[in-house]
Design a protein around this ligand. Structure first.
Ligand SMILES: [Fe+2]
Ligand SMILES: [Fe+2]
Length: 334
């Protein structure tokens, strides 16, 4: 979901007999839950898929700061402002851990950022929706960070060491994010009728994007099988989506809010909620760059990068000066 539709380039899973000796040894390690570390041999497809997935994930964290950053100056109290500031800052940290994890696979931060800024790399579709009211900050924490936890807890056990370890800390912070969102929704839901309506309106707008955030239906995610074989992905999109719905419906009931899905109902036989079909056309449109805020989000990232050029230049000039000083000192000693 933070990395939607990552193409592994594999159309058919090969059996173990069809693998080379090195590939078979690699797959055996994964099957025995032995972590893969950056210096270990790995198939090119595994490396490329991970670079795509981790960098998409990193971009999602960074772009994900924008819809919420939009409300930092308008938070309703000092306490809410401090909490939101801390949360948005955490997301920057998540981006940094993930860029670092991807760098261990041989891609540079410049390359990844360039791919984002030129529109080659994707990020989660959810961050292309606007935050129209303060209640949206509640809905994002509750639903979007809630989805992030469901998606990311299993990644703590994925096969690639640096990615799995980064996720451990990320997940701890995500649960605080989810709680702060739920707390905002709770306050609004228990407030005046207008405040409760604001919370309901926000749920109405964020529900379907949150459902789609878990990625396309399993039958439309052709690349999932290989990612599951490599233990980069531990549950399918539909499994994660179901988990999210089962967890979130009782929370909405507790808040006294209504989920905007007329087909949503408890299924005694399966022990899960049945739910309606989201508008997948909208999902693909947003992913292709035609969502309500795609242009604005990308422009904000490009501007931030350009406005930060002087910091990078100053850092390089300082490093050069230090290096020159060191070499003069060395030649004097000699
Ligand atoms: Fe995050
Ligand atoms: Fe978060």
């Amino acid at each position: 979901m933070y990395a939607q539709n990552v193409d592994t380039g594999v159309t058919r899973l090969r059996s173990k007999d069809e693998l080379s000796d090195a590939e078979r040894e690699f797959q055996d390690r994964i099957d025995n839950d032995i972590r893969i570390e950056p210096k270990d041999w790995m198939p090119e497809g595994y490396r490329k898929t991970l670079i795509r997935q981790i960098s998409q994930h990193a971009h999602s964290e960074i772009v994900g700061q924008l819809p919420e950053g939009n409300w930092l100056t308008r938070a309703p109290s000092l306490k809410r402002k401090l909490i939101l500031l801390a949360k948005v800052q955490d997301e920057a940290g998540h981006g940094l851990y993930l860029y670092s994890a991807a760098e261990t696979l041989g891609v540079s931060r410049d390359e990844m950022q360039d791919a984002l800024h030129t529109g080659k790399a994707k990020y989660s579709s959810i961050f292309n929706y606007p935050t129209l009211t303060w209640a949206d900050i509640g809905a994002i924490g509750w639903l979007v960070d809630g989805s992030a936890i469901i998606n990311q807890v299993p990644i703590c056990r994925c096969s690639f060491g640096p990615y799995a370890r980064a996720m451990v800390r990320v997940c701890k912070e995500e649960s605080f994010h989810q709680r702060q969102g739920f707390d905002i929704m709770m306050t609004l839901a228990q407030g005046t009728p207008e405040q409760k309506q604001m919370a309901q309106d926000s749920l109405n707008r964020w529900w379907w994007p949150s459902i789609m955030m878990h990625g396309p239906r399993d039958e439309d995610s052709v690349n999932s099988a290989q990612s599951m074989e490599w233990k980069i992905k531990l549950f399918t999109n539909d499994e994660l989506r179901q988990k999210f719905i089962d967890q979130t419906v009782p929370q909405a009931e507790y808040l006294g809010l209504t989920i905007p899905d007329p087909d949503l109902k408890w299924n005694e036989e399966t022990g899960h909620y049945d739910y309606g079909e989201p508008n997948w056309d909208e999902f693909w449109q947003v992913l292709k760059g035609h969502g309500p805020c795609n242009r604005e989000r990308l422009q904000a990232r490009v501007d931030a990068h350009e406005n930060g050029a002087w910091v990078r230049e100053a850092a390089v000039a300082y490093a050069d000066k230090q290096a020159a000083k060191r070499s003069t000192a060395v030649s004097q000693v000699a």
